[in-house]
Structure formats: C-alpha cells, structure tokens
Design a protein around this ligand. Sequence first.
Ligand code: NAD
Length: 481
Amino acid sequence: MSTTKTPITVAYGDGIGPEIMDATLRILEAAGAQIEPEIIEIGEKVYKSGTKTGIQPSDWESLRRTKVFLKAPITTPQGGGFKSLNVTARTTLGLFANVRPCQAYYPYVDTKHPALDLVIIRENEEDLYTGIEHRQTDQVFQCLKLISRPGCEKIIRYAFEYARAYNRKKVTCFTKDNIMKMTDGLFRKVFDEIAKEYPDIQSEHWIIDIGSALLADEPERFGVIVTLNLYGDIISDIAAQIAGSVGMGGSANVGDQCAMFEAIHGSAPDIAGRGIANPSGLINGAIMMLVHIGQGEVAAKVHNAWLRTIEEGIHTGDIYQEGVSKQRVGTKDFADAVIERLGQQPQHFKAVSYASAPRPIHITPGVPPAQKKELVGIDVFLDWKEGTANELGDTLSSLSDSSLRLKMITNRGVKVYPEGMPETFCTDHWRCRFVSDNGGLSTEATLKLLAQLHERGFDFIKTENLYTFDGQPGYSLGQGE
Ligand code: NAD
C-alpha cells in the first residue's frame, strides 16, 4: 500500500457530530489509514453567522482540492431561508449517486428482517429536489420535477456497475411511471435499455408504492435498488429503520470528481454532548471513503473489527438489548473496543474483504441523437376567478384564429372544457391548451395569442410550449382528454 497520505476534508458538524467524528478518526488512525484531514467548519454556527448555505465560500477550496469529504451531521436551523448544506454540496460538486448500503446485524441488533442486505442507489441531483418552486395564484403552488436523460443514464449505469463490482445479482428499479409517464417513464425506459447491456445481472421494475410495501415486508428479496431522488430519500430511511437502527448506516454521495461520506442519521441534538451516541454510521461512511480512495485493506480491517465489536455485544445505548448485549458503552469506549479488535475477524458475521473492490466508478453518459423538434401548440396557464370553466372556454374559443385553436382547459390536470363534469372541483389555476391544426407553428403565432390574452385582461402566469420530437408528442394529455 502506498504510504503517501491522501488529503481529505473533514467537518465535525453539530450536535453529536464532534463526538462521533472524533471516535471515527481515532479508529482510522489506529488502523493505519493514510489520510491527511483538513478541518473545515460547517453547519449551525456558519448558518447563524449569516452564511445561508452553511459553509464559508473559502472552504469550497478545500473540498474542490481534496475531492473527498468526510462529514459529520449538521443541524439546519428552521426557517430563515437557510439552504440545506447537503443538497448544496451534492448538486454543486456533482455528486449524482447517493449510495446507502443497508444491512441487518441480527441477532445483535434487533430486527424483524434478519436477512436484510441491500443497497439503495438514489439519484441525487434532479427530480423534485431542484428547488424550483413557485406560487402562481392565490390558491396554487408549484414544484417543478426535472428529469434528464443523462441524469437517468448516469445513476442507472452506476447501479449496474456497482452491482457487478460488489457481486450483487439483481438490480431493481422503482418508479411511478404509470402516473408520470414522461418523467418517471424516461427513468424506466433508460433502465430497460441499460439492463440489456448487463445480461449477467437480473433486472426488475416495481411501481414505487407496491415496491415500498414489498421492501418493508420482504426486504431480503432485494439486492440493489435504483430510484429517483424523492423515492430514494424515503425508502432509504424505511430500509435503515427496519434493519434495526438509523444509528448504524453510512452513506456515500459520489460524483465523477468528488465524493462525500457521512452517517445517514442527523445531529441528534437530544443526546448531544452526553458521550452516548453510536458512531457506527459515520464509521461505516468512513469505510466507504477508504475504499473510494484506494485503501481497501484498511477499510476491511476497520469493518471486520467493527463487526467483531458488534457481535461481542459491546453496544451503545441505541442498540443495547438486555440478554443479547454484553456491555453498554459510550461513544469513546465503543471506539476503543473497535481499536482493540483491529486485525481480528468476526466469528458470526462473514468477514469483509475489499481486495477486489473497485476504484471510483466513472460513468460518461452518451449523447442521444438530436430529434426533429416541432412547435405544435401552447399551454397557457391563467390565474382566473371570474366564472365557470364553460364561460372561460367560450371566451377563449372566440380568441382562436386560423393558426391556433383552444383544444381544452384543465384544472389541476383534469379536463373541465369542453364537456367537463359539474362535480369537478376547480381552483383559480387554469391550463388552457391551444393547438395548431396545420402542423408546425411559429413562435410569432404563440406571442400573438399571448398579446390577445393580455389585451382582454387575462393574467397568464406561465406558458409551456407543446413540441413533437420526430413526430411524437412531448407533452402529456389532460385527464379525460
Ligand atoms: P436524527 O437522526 O438526528 O435523530 C433521530 C433520533 O435518532 C433521535 O432520537 C436521536 O437521538 C437518535 N439518533 C440519531 N443518531 C443517533 C446515533 N448515532 N446514536 C444514537 N442515537 C441516534 O434526526 P432528527 O432529530 O430528525 O434531526 C436532528 C437534526 O439533524 C435536524 O437539524 C436535521 O436537519 C439534521 N439532519 C442532518 C442530517 C445530515 O447532516 N446528514 C441528516 C438528517 C437530519
């Protein structure tokens, strides 16, 4: 192994952060990890000093140079326009893959699912987490869900490469493509395409609702799960919880150039400063970091000593069970117990080896050929409170000229004109679809329509162009259209 030390950026965070980081770094040092920590300050203090992102601009320099971040949990103050540092770090550093291994440590950690052993690979940069939200009318707020083909390709290819590298037999995809046919549909389509390139790995797809139910009930049926940002966020916590303790799981946020490693739990302010927190989540995050920087041997040494400690019943309070645990310890004594066992193999659990562990998995998404894009219509969203759907529809129909005609109006996605149902509840937010009957449409025609609407006193709050791509509609139909 090389003796050149790898610089890493370290943040002690808030709450129990300093206690568990101290324990973790002591273990890494005792195991012979060749790392050179650079300490930066993040979190509550930085937020409260007026930096809305929770990290000083100058500290990005350390992160961009070392490209490896070992981060303890932080407390995000409520309200006040503070931005989640995690989301900022993930998106700014291009950390597109959130990798969360989740394992049961039965009987030492109580769980209903002793055979649970899976990895959730969550897309980290897109979906409803891009933070593009708007209030458009008195009644209606909007959050934009953005899904890109390169984004899907990167995360899905990463999941298959990960499965291959870590000898996992199956990759499962969770989406809601029966409802979100375009966004989740793209994720599923790219999954099906890429799965064909990995015939050695089984692949399957579940709709997120039944998939989550199966995950909660029979988690042992899954190996690697790949999914979109929001679903991944939710199911990661479900999986960690049913495995036995949120205090145990580590997580990696990986990009092409940088990576961030942390515990999955938060800063646990309720037990901060008492020396009783379980450092295992951060230890497991640090093990993933060692593999990432090519120190797989040290990673295995720490991992095996940690497993040995757990199976010898040396437990922090969060996982302590009368009759199973042998000794209740605090954070510091737990770390000392792991250090004492460095070099030992677990007896009950299978010993871990990272001898053939992959160096960082690099993914370069392909560029799909450009398709013929043609403007065929426009959805105009109106803030309108003056009457019924039929009244609005009749007025707008009279505006239509030779190039654009009103095709339908929906309210929260449901068609209300023409031939709407009187039972449908309507808000002040109307989507009015104008289409061209003669194929291709000029931008000037849509601008002319907007000018007409403006002259008639309509408040248009947003528009969406309707395109076809190689003749295929690039927009969804209204419900009931
Ligand atoms: P939490 O994970 O901090 O705590 C939930 C419960 O689990 C608490 O009862 C806590 O005592 C316990 N717990 C968590 N980790 C533990 C450990 N290592 N050992 C023993 N017990 C542990 O979640 P929360 O209370 O919802 O959030 C607290 C703060 O953490 C919030 O400000 C939140 O924004 C932040 N947070 C940060 C991160 C992060 O930085 N990655 C992640 C989640 C939450």
